[in-house]
Design a protein around this ligand. Structure first.
Ligand SMILES: [Zn+2]
Length: 226
């Protein structure tokens, strides 16, 4: 099963990019554009379940909101704190992004959303613990971390529709090197996701706990080659 998932992953995941990039830094997004509820209880429940696993795996509890992104599909992570009880920054998931991903999900499971959330959680790790990375290296770091999460998730929740996910992210790939939101080439992103997945798999198969520190250091080291 795991081999099959990895094979699908490696065959299908030829690159991903969040089209408009993730916000990094001081976020001008107005708080009135944020909401805790999508309007779909089932979708909220699924995302809440995802949040809890992400929090458990990475040991952080950022605040989470849906964002009215007004037709500019995106997801963001920011160190800004909205809730004094949730001091690990804030993640925002745009409604337009969700709509796009769900409408491009033949299985009806919106499979790309979990990996988007994992990518944003990885940015929170960067904000909280500091990687020293900048620009595309921050993005590739987030992809590596998200790749490791894919492995954990497959074990916990069963098969994610990897083909849908890969299709989704590949469709957003670009080579816009001069764009300040440039996330790395699809190949670089693919390599980082795969490497993160394989690292988590190797540790699991050897019965060794992959600590957050080892994961982050591995990611930092890996992205340094690009
Ligand atoms: Zn990002």
């Amino acid at each position: 099963m795991r081999t099959k998932i990895l094979l699908l992953f490696l065959l299908g995941w030829v690159g991903m990019a969040f089209g408009q990039g993730c916000f990094l830094g001081n976020n001008p997004t107005s708080v009135e554009n944020l909401t805790k509820f999508s309007g779909n209880q089932q979708f909220d429940n699924i995302n809440n379940r995802e949040y809890e696993l992400l929090s458990s795996v990475f040991g952080i509890r950022p605040d989470f909101y849906y964002l009215h992104d007004f037709g500019m599909p995106n997801a963001y992570a920011t160190p800004r704190i909205h809730n004094p009880n949730l001091t690990d920054g804030t993640i925002m998931l745009g409604f337009s992004l969700v709509q796009n991903e769900c409408s491009n999900s033949p299985s009806g499971t919106c499979s790309a959303v979990p990996i988007i959330l994992a990518h944003e959680f990885a940015h929170i790790l960067d904000f909280k613990f500091g990687t020293g990375l900048r620009g595309k290296y921050q993005e590739l770091f987030a992809d590596y971390i998200a790749g490791s999460y894919l492995y954990h998730r497959a074990n916990r929740f069963g098969n994610l529709n990897i083909q849908e996910v890969t299709s989704s992210f590949f469709s957003k790939g670009n080579y816009d090197f001069n764009n300040p939101n440039f996330h790395g080439t699809p190949q670089e992103r693919y390599n980082c996701l795969s490497a993160g997945y394989v690292l988590a798999q190797q540790y699991s198969q050897q019965g060794i706990h992959l600590t957050r520190e080892i994961l982050m250091n591995s990611a930092i080291q890996y992205v340094g080659q690009f």
